[in-house]
Design a protein around this ligand. Structure first.
Ligand code: 44T
Length: 852
């Protein structure tokens, strides 16, 4: 491709070239300067163009910068060539790892072209690739504001909007019960004398506005997220409170008196709590607030001080509850449930654990809990104990807050009321806003809240009715931690080994036998290898997806048989298999193993498969090597592709000069339920690198979907209804962050009514690009009358003409996604709906109209 040319005769377009200046001495000098300047500009532009042709993008970029800085009027006309140069140079800097230089170039470019949406969007893409997600999201948002119909920026923005404004903001603003209770509690406090208020973590500004409406004389607010801070500023202005509420963009812990607020306040309101209560740092924030920002609590030294001279907090406190549960869905994401997979023996790996661990002394990458809505877990859950109180905390007592983290660990004994597999402890809480108003995040409540899940990752975890579970409750590094440390049966205490602490003494096939023999003091079981590997929970679920791997095994062996039959001579090339899956994958190893299985003599040259895996992480490579060794795959039969490739971005290359791939495995669908970005580009490249008779796995994917009515999806995507929120105008501002596609859904438990049968929406042929289209219309008949609010979709992944797997199957490690319609469509049974489906790059958009 040639770089775009500058229009000819650029000099003619120089500024002021046609205006005639007065002939004064001063102007003569100016004229001379102008001429020199024009000369410099035109030379720079010419040099830039020459450099472009010789592909010296760095120098071209410098020439453009010089010319366009001197002659701003030329910016419009040189815009396209400048962009081209910038993007080429940035790619080069990127591959050289010169990241600072790359961002400096963009900075300079954006100074020259502050409203160029293409440059802003592209800067966002670089930021995103470097892992600066928030900053990237900010750039996509800005690009979209500059040009609302810019498809690239739209696709990028939709993928990252969640990082800018998390989806729970919509849920919380739609939760009238919660809003109302906070409003009542604040009103009561303000009317009771709290006249100065600080809203910590104001979000959209709602609690601060409640305080102002209730009559508070002074209201302050702080918010640490830049996007939320800017949003709150817009909301305050729209509600006429920009001058009466002072909002600062900072973490409350950094606030000082009198720099940020003039005096101590009498009320702090906050909802900086997550599903595990303390995860947003409320303990430190309140300790700091009591020390530096709040008036002293009542009864503090002066028992009769007036309410306006004392401080308090809403919420006043919280009670944390927990319950032990059996839950298959949690289990398959946090522990390996299979011992072999697609012909590979996995038991050699030792312990596999997820990063969600309750042990404080494990690596940094671990987090103490994950979150789930228990009521929406596929397959449900079983309570193995009665719910118990794990903690009671008074937010108005600074000594108690301080004591929490230094407090001795608390131990709780839970009585097992129903035998089963102890998969997790689930935790929720009641927030006591004041004496009369409480919010609960419990699994039985009609609430938008998720519960905190502490998976039990010890090797055995079977409990019997009458057993006791010993739970340790602690609060370290601002997280509440719950940990099952032992099981007591018949008076004997059996300690549960920390899975992440290395070797564990076990296992019998039957964990219960194990427990019994251990309890009887007969720890005679074999020692397992001293190994433990951490995998992401989605990777653990992938390894537990037997159906997927079995299909792969079948498709692959069929292909290997056919390829081998065409390679009769001993000298012929190996069968090159490349797996470019992102994250962990054992698929290439499966291919190598299939081959070694079928070769009678393993040392013999009858081994034909040369497998390459593109896994990058060291522990992933270690795991694959170990699996290879223990499964009888020759060391040389599996190699790591990225160590062969100079530039990471060029993963798809020939195996070597003159050679082509026989199999390329593409990982098409992300766990979140969306098509992987650049999938079609990768498939095109893969086809060019494939030998005759070679195969891309999968060969085709078919997108299926159906019409549903789901209020839940609406509540998660935008503030609903025309009514103002608690009387405030908030919805239009936060709804700018609405995205039409929802990810990470579990469609099987989504509260919704199916209004049609599932239908095929779209197909992507990875083996034959000419078969692909970007737009399609399908008609679907309504089977149940209702209001179509969304179209959930999932994929049938066709490995070959016989083998396929669905991303909506029971043991799928993928979640589903859904397009939420801009306007609900009221339909009656028997009617037809016409869906227009569009695939732009990798993102799907769908519109629905009734077929007349
Ligand atoms: N998640 C709820 C958390 N902040 C809710 O930047 C419930 C999650 C949830 N600002 C599903 C359902 C639900 N100083 O904007 C955020 C945050 C800010 C602070 C200043 C500080 N010390 C902090 C700490 C946090 O406060 C806002 C709210 S925090 C989280 C609230 C519907 N999944």
């Amino acid at each position: 491709m040639h770089p775009p040319r500058l229009p000819k005769g650029g000099k003619k377009n120089m500024p002021n070239a046609t205006t005639r200046p007065k002939r004064t001495r001063r102007h003569r000098r100016t004229q001379r300067e102008d001429a020199a300047r024009n000369e410099l500009v035109s030379r720079s532009l010419e040099s830039a163009q020459q450099c472009l042709f010789s592909q010296d993008y760095g120098t071209a970029f410098v020439h453009y910068l010089l010319a366009l800085n001197i002659a701003p009027a030329l910016r419009d006309f040189a815009n396209e060539s400048f962009r081209f140069t910038l993007f080429k140079w940035a790619d080069e800097l990127d591959s050289l790892g010169r990241i600072q230089d790359l961002f400096d170039c963009y900075e300079q470019a954006m100074e020259l072209f502050p409203v160029d949406e293409v440059i802003v969007n592209s800067m966002g893409e670089h930021l995103f690739r470097m892992g600066f997600r928030d900053e990237a999201a900010g750039h996509f948002y800005k690009a979209l504001k500059l040009r609302p119909d810019f498809p690239e920026a739209k696709e990028n923005f939709y993928r990252v909007a969640n990082w800018l404004v998390e989806r729970w903001h919509f849920l919380m603003l739609n939760d009238h019960g919660r809003n109302h209770k906070y409003q009542l509690a604040i009103k009561k406090a303000v009317e009771g004398g709290c006249s100065s208020v600080l809203d910590i973590g104001t979000g959209t500004g709602i609690l601060g506005m409640c305080a102002k409406m209730a009559g508070a004389a002074e209201v302050y607010a702080c918010e640490l997220s830049k996007t939320m801070y800017e949003l709150a500023c817009e909301v305050l202005s729209a509600n006429g409170m920009a001058d009466s509420i002072k909002i600062v963009h900072m973490k409350s812990l950094d606030m000082e008196i009198p720099k940020d607020i003039p005096n101590r306040v009498s009320l702090v309101v906050t909802e900086t709590v997550d599903a595990g209560l303390f995860g947003e740092g409320i303990i430190e924030s309140l300790i700091h607030a009591w020390k530096h920002l709040l008036l002293p609590p009542p009864n503090f030294r002066e028992p009769l001080s007036s309410p306006s001279q004392t401080g308090r907090v809403i919420p006043a406190g919280a009670t944390v509850f927990g319950v032990a549960v059996q839950c298959h869905e949690i289990r398959r994401h946090h522990r390996l449930c299979v011992s072999s997979l697609g012909g590979l023996d996995l038991s050699v790996l030792g312990q596999i654990y997820s990063p969600v661990s309750c042990f404080a002394d494990t690596e940094d990458s671990t987090e103490p809990y994950t979150t789930e809505r228990l009521s929406r877990l596929r397959g449900g859950y079983i309570q193995l104990t009665q719910p118990f109180t794990a903690l009671d905390i008074d937010f108005n007592n600074v000594q108690e807050l301080e004591g929490l983290c230094s407090r001795e660990l608390m131990q709780i004994r839970l009585c097992v009321t129903r035998g089963g597999i102890l998969d997790a402890l689930a935790v929720w809480f009641q927030l006591h806003l004041d004496q009369d108003n409480h919010l609960s995040t419990g699994p039985q409540e009609d609430t938008c809240w998720e519960q905190a899940i502490y998976p039990v990752q010890t090797p055995f975890n079977t409990v019997k009715c009458g057993d006791e579970i010993l739970v340790e409750v602690s609060c370290k590094d601002s997280y509440l931690r719950l940990c099952c440390i032992a099981i007591v049966r018949d008076g004997h205490t059996f300690k549960m080994d920390n899975a992440t602490k290395g070797p564990s003494k076990i296992l019998n096939a039957n964990p219960e036998t194990e427990l019994c023999s251990a309890l009887a003091g007969l720890q005679t079981t074999q020692e397992k290898p001293d190994r433990a590997f951490m995998l992401e929970s989605s990777e653990i679920a992938l390894l537990n997806n037997t159906a997927y791997h079995n299909s792969f095994q079948k498709a692959m062996s069929k292909l290997l048989v056919s390829l081998k039959s065409t390679r009769r001579s001993q000298e012929s090339d190996p069968i090159y298999v490349l797996d470019v899956s992102e994250g962990f994958s054992v698929l290439s190893l499966m291919a190598a193993q299939l081959d070694s299985d079928s070769s009678e003599d393993k040392q013999n040259s009858s081994r034909l498969v040369q497998a390459y895996s593109s896994v990058e992480k060291e522990h992933h490579q270690t795991m694959l090597r170990l699996l290879a060794k223990e499964n009888g795959v020759l060391e040389s039969a599996l190699e790591f592709w990225l160590s062969h490739v100079e530039d990471d971005s060029a993963v798809l290359q020939r195996p070597s000069i003159e050679k082509l791939w026989s199999v390329i495995i593409l990982d098409c669908i992300e766990t979140c339920g969306l098509i992987r970005q650049k999938l079609l580009e990768k498939a095109t490249l893969a086809r060019c690198l494939l030998e005759d008779g070679g195969q891309i796995f999968p060969e085709r994917i078919v997108i299926h979907g159906m019409l549903v009515e789901s209020d839940t999806l609406l509540l998660e995507s935008a503030v609903q209804g025309r009514e103002p929120t608690l009387g405030f105008n908030i919805a239009p501002f936060i709804n700018q962050f609405t995205v039409p596609v929802h990810m990470f859904l579990d469609l099987s438990t989504l509260e919704c009514t199916h209004l049609s049968e599932p239908i095929e929406l779209f197909a992507l042929d990875l083996m034959n690009n000419t078969a692909n289209y970007t737009d399609k219309e399908v008609k679907v008949q309504v089977s149940t009358s209702g209001k179509v609010t969304a179209i959930p979709f999932w994929y049938q992944i066709h490995l070959d003409s016989e083998q396929s797997v669905s991303t909506y199957s029971e043991d799928s490690h993928w979640k589903q996604a859904a397009v939420v319609l801009q306007q609900p469509l009221v339909v009656s049974r028997g009617e037809w709906v016409r869906l227009s489906i569009r695939l732009h790059k990798s993102s799907i958009s769908i519109t629905a109209v009734k077929q007349e």
